[in-house]
Design a protein around this ligand. Structure first.
Ligand SMILES: Cc1cc2nc3c(=O)[nH]c(=O)nc-3n(C[C@H](O)[C@H](O)[C@H](O)COP(=O)(O)O)c2cc1C
Length: 326
């Protein structure tokens, strides 16, 4: 069993120490471990070309990303090879680092479990043999420990966005560790509580994978969303039936505060819409196929309508340095 550690904080500092401690726990439980520092990789931002989704939905392909001049495919190979992940990020502006978010965008649609299953089915049903289909390793049931490290309590988007990094691939989250007040380099070395928890979570991750992972293996803060343990709920006051929506899994419900206790209630019949469940991911695939990716009936008018914007403003760019050739 292989556990991949991913870190994007300062080299040898707090995030990396907690990721390594979790990997040590995983290794003690019998796993083979490996570490990738995102700072060592070049990950370009997603260009929005959508070719991964088209490849999956229309060709039964692998959802291969067309950007080839960076280290995304190196990372993807590490991901496909692993059985579980420990993902650690420093908290910048209340969120994980932008580098992790760039990787998340690249891995989102192309690595959506429902999209990959649809591609596998299309390939089988149509007998497509051209090119490569989804990689069989993609469909492993993986688990993850998520770690966010910050110098204060400015952390509201850290756990949600870390969860969204592993969420497309239907990875079961074992623990979400948010380490607050750990700002100076290596200062986490004085936080026995966090070190102990990281080590235990590494063991828990491997033990869960050995047993065949289930949602019951989650050991982190229960949060208030019963389906994904999120604490981030958006209020949509204009929706009388569903005034509250979970910021991670999108399930809708109602929020009540009684005697200072917050409760997020979800009707039984609405649970299957949650995007952490495969049913919610298939619903999303359907809404993309039937709505989002369907061209407007007047698509032929686009060139004419666009003329207004085509020549309006030239984007400002930095001057390229001109090399003098002697
Ligand atoms: C650009 C920047 C933004 C930061 N924003 C936050 C923040 O919003 N919340 C927080 O708790 N810490 C914030 N910090 C502090 C870091 O998260 C903290 O130093 C952490 O220990 C870094 O992890 P590392 O030691 O693994 O690099 C910020 C640091 C930097 C450099």
């Amino acid at each position: 069993m292989k556990i991949l550690g991913v870190t994007c904080g300062r080299n040898n500092s707090n995030t990396e120490i907690l990721v390594k401690e979790t990997l040590m726990g995983a290794e003690a439980a019998g796993a083979e471990v490996e570490l990738v520092r995102l700072h060592d990789l070049t990950i370009k931002p997603c260009t929005g070309c959508n070719s991964c989704v088209i490849d999956l939905f229309e060709k039964g392909g692998s959802g291969h990303c067309t950007i080839s001049n960076d280290d995304f495919h190196f990372f993807d190979e590490k991901f496909l090879d692993c059985d579980g992940m420990v993902v650690g990020s420093p908290i910048y502006e209340k969120s994980p680092s932008g580098q992790l978010k760039s990787l998340n965008d690249r891995m989102g649609p192309s690595h959506d479990m429902a999209f990959q299953m649809i591609a596998r089915d299309i390939r089988q049903a149509k007998g497509i043999t051209k090119g490569t289909g989804p990689d069989p390793r993609f469909f492993k049931q993986r688990g993850a420990v998520l770690i966010g490290v910050g110098g204060s309590e400015w952390d509201t988007l850290a756990a949600p966005l870390l969860h969204l990094f592993v969420f497309p691939m239907q990875v079961e989250v074992i623990d979400k560790i948010i380490a607050n007040w750990v700002g100076l380099p290596k200062s986490v070395l004085f936080r026995e509580d966090l070190i102990t928890r990281a080590h235990r979570s590494g063991i828990q991750l491997v033990e869960s994978l050995k047993r065949g992972i289930t949602p019951a293996d989650y050991v982190g803060d229960p949060g208030i969303c019963p389906l994904c343990h999120s604490k981030l709920v958006e209020i949509r006051e204009d929706d009388k039936n569903y005034p509250a929506i979970c910021g991670i899994c999108g399930v809708r419900g109602t929020l009540t505060v009684t005697d200072g206790k917050v409760k997020f209630d979800i009707k039984e019949e609405d649970k299957h819409h949650s995007h952490v469940l495969l049913s919610g991911k298939f619903e999303h695939a359907k809404e993309l196929q039937e709505r989002s990716l369907v061209p407007h009936p007047n698509v032929h008018e686009i060139p004419e309508r666009f003329k207004r914007y085509e020549k309006y403003l030239t984007p400002s760019k930095p001057q390229k340095a001109v090399l003098e050739v002697k």
